[in-house]
Design a protein around this ligand. Sequence first.
Ligand code: 8YV
Length: 324
Amino acid sequence: MKYKVLVLVDGPRDVFMSLNDVADVVFGPFKSRGELLEAVRDVDALVAGVTPIDRELLENAPKLKVVARFGVGYDSVDVEECTKRRIYVTYTPNALSDAVADLTMGLIICLARRILQADRYVRNEWAKPGSPKFPLGRDLSGKVLGIIGLGRIGSAVARRAKAFNMKIIYYDILRKENLEKSLGAIYVDFDSLLGTSDFISVHVPLTEATRGLIGERELKKMKSSSYLVNTSRGAVVDEEAVCRALEEGWIAGAALDVFVKEPLPLDSPLIRLENVILTPHIGSAAEETRRRMAEMDVINVRSVLKGEPPPNPVPEQEGLVFRR
Ligand code: 8YV
């Protein structure tokens, strides 16, 4: 009898379909939560996007053996509950570090050189008689980039920033002395990073410890000429506080790829602000990267369906073997 794999993400279908020698591969999305809960009843493996994989869903999926996250962040999955039920949770570390770092650098350059405003200026003003001059931007060379979280993605950002001749400082709960020399990154405490950076980029997972990490206190410690970039998870930053910081000039600007609620509601106050760049959670959204992520998911699902532990379990399940 064939297994059943349910793919809940909008990824490369041909890659997921390569599992069809061992499983029937079916695709979401579903119109309602109710339909999703119905669909997981006979599912052996789930490829999960941002849909919460919570206790209610797991209770409805008695045959489930693996949740393969299509991404590196797995805050949407109740790992503890999966472990209790001997369900593997896998993720795709490394596959997307370069893509997220590319986007981060792109956002930093856009903030410094006002590229989005420049585009609007050409379309609406440049050729008009008497139109004001386009204001100057800022150099990146010599500026201080503060990286919060020097993991896989944070390090990839540091490598790029080094090539731009930026000064790199970082804060992490674990000091990464082995990386400091090669990346030219200097370890500082959290508050020093906030107070001395020209750009701050956040690269931490969303956990109870990092929820609201950047709030009013932190934004007020930042220089009024500095910029905040968030490509990690929306809830790591207190969105209301960021709005006030941007409105009241505590900081010069921000670039946000992730939000507490996605899609960002059209009535969000962020949408009215001029000094923020908003992108629709596109950190990993590059064709080659998304294929690599899907290929990793397929390898992980295939291992579990063969009765073997998957090669990319989340850290909480490292070394665990579930026998059925
Ligand atoms: C999303 C991401 O997973 O890797 C992550 O954690 O946030 C993204 O890659 C992707 O958009 C689809 O779920």
